[in-house]
Design a binder for this molecule. Structure first.
Ligand code: MG
Length: 160
């Protein structure tokens, strides 16, 4: 019998002026960027937490502490590659990954393909195993007023 594991990841970052906006490894020209110790790629962070959850690796805060200067400004795709290596070492591979970005603006539809490609490449899987989508929250809450962005990710793993 195939051994399947499901995992969910959720992350939030604050939007501030003077920071680049990086989502799924794509730098998007925008008036604000996400604040964080790494590149603050909220989408990729949710993916790492989903995988960590499914494979019982804990969470990204434990794997990559934000008190460690080694991770200052680091590309989250690099960290995702490390998570992929840990995942393989645990005997798991990704069946599929579904990610939802919650943001009022900017429109990310033009970048979704590239984001999926970046995530797939970092995980060593095919792009057709990854889906990236986005929604607004109708102007409500912290994503609605533009003070932050959030992301959810769900991943299905199977034993190698
Ligand atoms: Mg984060």
């Amino acid at each position: 019998m195939t051994n399947l594991r499901i995992g969910h990841g959720y992350d939030v970052h604050r939007l501030v002026e003077g920071r680049p906006l990086i989502l799924g490894g794509v730098e998007i020209v925008w008036e604000k960027g996400l604040l964080g110790h790494s590149d603050a790629d909220v989408l990729t962070h949710a993916v790492m937490d989903a995988i960590s959850g499914a494979a019982r690796l804990g969470d990204i805060g434990t794997l990559f502490p934000d008190t460690d200067p080694a991770y200052a400004g680091i590309s989250s795709l690099k960290l995702l590659k490390e998570v992929a290596a840990l995942l393989a070492a645990q005997g798991f591979c990704v069946v599929n990954l579904d990610v939802t970005l919650l943001a009022q603006a900017p429109k990310v539809a033009p970048y979704r393909r590239q984001m999926a490609e970046n995530l797939a490449k970092a995980l060593g899987i095919s792009q057709d195993q990854v889906n990236v989508k986005a929604t607004t929250e109708e102007g409500l809450g912290f994503t609605g007023d533009g003070s932050g962005m959030a992301a959810h990710a769900v991943v299905l793993l199977e034993t190698i």
